[in-house]
Design a protein around this ligand. Sequence first.
Ligand SMILES: Nc1nc2c(ncn2[C@@H]2O[C@H](COP(=O)(O)OP(=O)(O)OP(=O)(O)O)[C@@H](O)[C@H]2O)c(=O)[nH]1
Ligand SMILES: [Mg+2]
Length: 393
Amino acid sequence: MEEKKGFFRGLLKRFTGVEESPVELPQEPAEETATVPATVLPVEELPAAAAPVPPPVPVAATPIPEEEKKGGLFAKLFGGDVEPAEGGEKKPGFFERLKRGLSKTSESLVGRIDTLLLGKKKIDADTLEELEEILITADLGVPATVDLIRTLEQRLKRNELQDGETLKRALKEELIARLSHKQQALVTSGHSPFVILVIGVNGVGKTTTIGKLACKFRAEGKSVILAAGDTFRAAASEQLVIWGERVGVDVIRGKDGSDPSAVVFDACKAAVARKSDILLVDTAGRLHTKVNLMEELKKIRRIIGREIPGAPHETMLILDAATGQNAVSQARIFKEAADVTGIVLTKLDGSAKGGVVVAIRREFDLPIRYIGIGESVEDLRPFDAQEFIEALF
Ligand SMILES: Nc1nc2c(ncn2[C@@H]2O[C@H](COP(=O)(O)OP(=O)(O)OP(=O)(O)O)[C@@H](O)[C@H]2O)c(=O)[nH]1
Ligand SMILES: [Mg+2]
């Protein structure tokens, strides 16, 4: 219990910025020490009327105390713009926050570009070659960089790049054009319940993103249910339950090691019965093998689709920006196996590899739904190409 309280304080601190003893989120056990058997494997079709064993337990949300609603934790949780805390400390503007979050990427990308262009009277092929190297090392990836440099070369030939300033402006324009191409925000209004299946490898921020999203949806007045589909890792559902309690939404969970499909089955039933607007499904980031993981995700999808025709309406892949090109490889694997429909790029704040967003947009025909620029709820932001590039530069 004490341990849980400590964990709680850690989360509270993240929300409120109140200094408390630092508490880490539970770490995933090393693969070889994982004690929970992969009971879901080998993966087979569930019999049509399979009874969930053991039965998942719905965890009721704790009502939010009135004092929390009035400008206290609730207001902080739901963001100053939604329900501002009276007399509370003024938060930095959203754009400032984004700029701050992107500062490491900005240093590694724009900082180096500025040094390259410092006092340049004339732009030539050599300048573009040096720029090419900067873009590649800033994780934009080779295909996107080659494409950008080609376009800039054409603009140079047309005499559009007279100096450092015009080159930088041209680069910004080209980046915005590429990042906004086919970019779409997540719209949940078309279905009820709108089911979001959240996937990704371990530690990328799936559960945290679900907590932040649940918060956003609640702030919009939507009813939300969370499904603790990660039954593989001890404490994974506990982490989700804590989010559920803080945000004021119900969590459907099973026992550790139980079949995640059974949890998801129950969560779908609950979401339909309660006419919930949103069902967010958490999943394990790691099983004993990659094949197991993909097979389990397929099975979860089948259960969701059988209970709620047309669902999941969004299969959201979470990628950790700090992993750079590795995030691109992960996207490749998941896209192939799991019908991904949207991407969330987390931890841009702790990373100089934010340029990877360009590589991801270039390689996959998938919209970036949100970006994570910190650990508190307001640090999950809808991705806006223009705003992103302006904040970066
Ligand atoms: N700085 C920062 N940290 C983040 C962000 N998103 C998530 N995190 C942190 O990343 C860590 C892992 O997040 P989780 O949500 O537990 O990741 P997960 O994908 O659910 O991990 P598994 O359940 O082990 O698969 C936590 O400490 C989060 O607070 C972000 O945008 N910025
Ligand atoms: Mg998790």
